[in-house]
Design a protein around this ligand. Structure first.
Ligand code: ADP
Ligand code: ASP
Ligand code: MG
Length: 445
């Protein structure tokens, strides 16, 4: 195949029949797009996650199931309640009810993913019917056939070699003469049990499939016309970026720009696949191209914000000139699968942030760490990242930034490890103000 494009449609793009219709038009207008990867309809995954976590109160479970049914039924009604599909969706809704009742008694990680995955399984079925009614030939494909992962439920890691082999065998031949509609976010462990790749993981799924298919481009269709200089919900002056490098966009995604799942660009970088981000509601507004290289490499490109940060400070008076302390600390964190994000050290202490937030920092982990040092845990922090180019090579970068924030208590700074990023921790309640001031002064229109 000369050109094969993989498109991903996010939750708002498939929220209702009207939104789905716009996606269908985009696919009709882009015959090179042979694979469309869908999220669950907006709001569905949140409901499923609450049910999967074992919502206890039967009345709350009923209310959630009703909400879920309402979203699916309104889609079906817009399509004229097609009989076979309606029966199929009803079966899935009953299945979700049965599994949620089990989760309320004994929630397990495997059950969690089986429940949460149903959102993408439903949206893709409904979208295929919508395409059929518009006379667009489309094949529904269960991505679990090819998206093989480990069994780290809720955060599963794809097995790239198996993915590639299975895609070549199962998926590629289907793309020859029809459009294939499949699920983002979900996969299957070697034993066949359903897994999920982490919240927002559909972007990552699309990129992984594009890599395995040798695609020429990836399109991420969402609710904003591109990647902005900062989250447009935070700063009204934020503006879309026409072209950005993989390095800069990866930093943005890693440091909180929700528009892309943090892992999305890894497969694209490996295969040099350009990525386009645009709005399915306003494709004419254009969008952002993410490429290996860009002509324009401004010193300051964008700002990203990650809330709910946890800062651990581990102090050990005898750490001075003693080896092995850091290895001990990181060993404990690694054993509990907690990944460390930022790190600064002093002679007798080390401060680090965890990219999981507080959720994995259990009493057991704290007790283990406390055996080796004094442990201080600070919460209610936010991480701000300034993203750009050659920032560590240009004098005055930090001055420009910090003079705008003279009255803000900056808790930790990381600068120099990447030329594309300078980041720091601030009290969570100042985050909106900090982003707004920095955008105004460093990224003026
Ligand atoms: P989807 O459901 O399509 O995956 P998401 O909600 O995950 O959409 O991502 C889109 C949202 O990302 C936007 O509505 C916007 O609020 C947010 N966002 C955060 N940072 C940025 C940014 N720098 N540029 C564009 N959008 C951003
Ligand atoms: N539906 C999943 C979520 O809401 C995956 C995605 O939309 O990317 O997290
Ligand atoms: Mg998303």
């Amino acid at each position: 195949m000369s050109q094969l494009i993989v498109a991903k449609f996010g939750g708002t793009s498939v929220a209702n029949a009207q939104a789905m219709d716009l996606c269908a038009t985009l696919l009709e207008q882009n015959p090179a797009t042979r694979v469309a990867v869908l999220s669950a309809s907006s709001g569905v995954t949140n409901i499923l996650v609450t049910l999967a976590n074992g919502e206890q109160a039967p009345e709350s479970r009923i209310a959630l199931l009703q909400q879920l049914t309402k979203i699916q039924k309104s889609l079906l009604t817009s399509l004229g309640d097609p009989e076979t599909l309606t029966r199929h969706i009803d079966d899935i809704l009953r299945y979700i009810k049965k599994l949620s009742d089990s989760a309320a008694i004994s929630p397990t990680k495997a059950l969690h993913d089986e429940i949460v995955a149903q959102g993408e399984l439903m949206s893709t079925r409904i979208f295929v019917e919508l395409l059929r009614q518009r006379n667009i030939a489309a094949h529904w494909f269960d991505v679990r056939k090819v998206m093989r992962t480990d069994d780290r439920f809720a955060h599963a890691n794809p097995d790239l070699a198996t993915l590639k082999a299975e895609v070549e065998k199962e998926l590629l031949p289907l793309c020859d003469n029809q459009l294939v509609i499949t699920q983002g976010f979900i996969g299957a462990a070697a034993d066949g049990r359903t897994t999920t790749l982490g919240r927002g993981g559909s972007d990552f799924s699309a990129a992984l499939l594009a890599e395995a298919l040798n695609a020429s481009a990836i399109q991420i269709w969402t609710d904003v016309p591109g990647i902005y200089t900062t989250d447009p919900r935070l700063v009204s002056d934020a503006r879309p970026i026409a072209e950005i490098s993989f390095s800069e966009a990866s930093e943005m995604a890693t440091f909180g720009a929700k528009v892309l799942h943090p892992a999305t660009l890894q497969p694209a970088v490996r295969q040099h696949i350009p990525v386009f981000v645009g709005s399915s509601k306003a494709p004419e507004a254009g969008g952002t191209w993410i490429r290996s290289r860009t002509d324009n490499q401004p010193l300051f490109r964008a700002l990203a914000l990650r809330r709910n940060q946890v800062l651990l400070t581990l102090t050990n008076q005898s750490m001075f000139q003693v080896h092995g302390f850091l290895a001990e600390v990181f060993g404990i964190l690694a054993k509990h699968k907690i990944s460390v994000d930022l790190i600064t050290t002093s002679v007798i202490s080390v401060s680090l942030t965890l990219d999981c937030g507080a959720e994995l920092l259990t009493e057991e982990v704290k007790a283990e760490l406390s055996k080796h040092c004094h442990l201080q845990v600070e919460q209610d922090l936010a991480l701000v990242a300034l993203i750009g180019n050659r920032m560590s090579e240009v004098s005055g970068t930090a001055t420009q930034l910090f003079k705008v924030l003279e009255d803000i208590n900056i808790r930790m700074i990381c600068y120099g490890a990447s030329a594309h990023n300078l980041c720091f921790l601030i009290p969570e309640d100042t985050a909106g103000e900090v982003i707004s001031r920095l955008h105004h002064s460093l990224l003026p229109a």
